[in-house]
Each structure stands twice: as C-alpha cells, then as structure tokens.
Ligand binder design. Structure first.
Ligand code: RB5
Length: 199
C-alpha cells in the first residue's frame, strides 16, 4: 500500500478523525486507545462491489442525481431497473417510492436506491413496507453502518441535501459494505415482518 499523508485531522474530546486524500479516500476513527478503519476507497484497486441488480426510483428533484448514479451502476456492470421518474416535471415522490419499495419487499429486487429532494419522503414511504430497511444517508458513516448493522436494502439520498460527489461516494460505500450479521440479524428479525405487504 502506498504511503499517504493526512489531509485533515478533526478532533473532538471523544473522537479523532484522520482523513487521508491522495486520489484515495480513507476514514480512520480513533477513540481513546481504540481505532478502526471504517472506509477505504483506493481508485487504483478494484473495490469489492456487490453486483446484485438494483431498482432505482426518484422524483423530479433528484432526476439529475439518478442519471449520474445509473451511469455509475451500469459502468460497474450492475443491472439497473429504472422505475422513474424520467424527467424534471413535477411528480409525487410517493408513487415512485411505492414502486421501488414494493419490488424490494416482495424480493423481486434485493436492493434499491430512492432519491428525492430531502430523502425524507422516500424514506417514509419505503419503510412502510415489510422487509424493507431503507436508510436515509447524508454521509459515509451512516451509509456504511446502515449496511453493517441494519442490512439496509434501500439506500435513500436527498439530492437537495447531499452534493453529487458525496452522493456517489455514499453509493459506492453502500454497495461495497457487507452486513455484519450475528446480533444485528436478531435485532432486525424483531421488526422485519412488520409493515404492509405490497398490493
Ligand atoms: C419535492 O418538492 C420534495 O417535496 C420531495 O423531493 C422530497 O423532498 C420529499 O420528501
């Protein structure tokens, strides 16, 4: 591995975050004597991206971001089903959230991505469906932990909240992070069947 120089060190009384940037992104959290590597994205090494097909849905506020994410997924050889909307004409986010969440709830798709202005509406819709675990993420830590601890199967991003470069990092990290299982599986089983079955 190449030697890297930190480009930022952020400290609070309980947390120190060291950010290395040299065409790579690495986030290392150190807490007291304990530290762990949370995320590492080295452009020169192929990341272990999960290639399971993905269904994506969005409203008008996130059409541009959806197109960008779709191109990225296609470039990574991931099959993408686009549930719309397909332009910036005003629509109801709920219609597209329902389409995507229903497909994930039945298991037709194992994973989905939902995008709207804030991400809030899409999260509300998606999490009404049984077996859907939608995570609204505006940062890498949430995206990674939503996979590791919550086995999130729908990633939600607010296109008016999160800049497109960060959004792409979030998508990449979400796709590359496996579920930890174990005690987290037992926790998920306590609520996973609650909610509506798709009509
Ligand atoms: C659309 O204006 C906006 O309400 C929608 O994109 C989303 O933010 C809803 O939660």
């Amino acid at each position: 591995m190449k030697e890297r120089m930190p480009c930022a060190i952020i400290t609070t009384p309980s947390l120190m975050m060291v950010l290395f940037c040299q065409n790579e992104s690495i986030i290392l959290f150190l807490q007291g004597q304990r530290g762990f590597l949370l995320y590492f994205n080295d452009e020169s090494e192929e990341m272990d991206i999960n290639k399971t097909p993905i269904i994506v849905g969005n409203d008008h506020a996130a059409y541009g971001l959806k197109e960008k994410i779709k191109s990225y997924l296609i470039e990574k050889d991931i099959d993408v089903e686009d549930a719309g909307t397909h332009n910036e004409d005003s629509v109801d986010y709920s219609d597209f959230g329902i389409r995507v969440a229903a497909e994930v709830s039945t298991g037709k798709f194992n994973r989905g991505i939902l995008l709207c202005g804030t991400g809030i509406g899409m999260s509300m819709v998606a999490n009404k469906f049984s077996h859907v675990r939608a995570a609204l993420c505006s940062g890498l830590f949430s995206a990674i932990m939503s996979r590791r601890h919550n086995n999130s199967n729908i990633l939600v991003i607010g296109a008016r909240v999160t800049g497109s470069d960060l959004a792409m990092e979030i998508v990449s990290a979400w796709l590359s992070t496996p579920f930890d299982g174990g005690r987290h599986q037992l926790r998920i089983e306590k609520f996973d069947s609650l909610g509506e079955a798709p009509k």
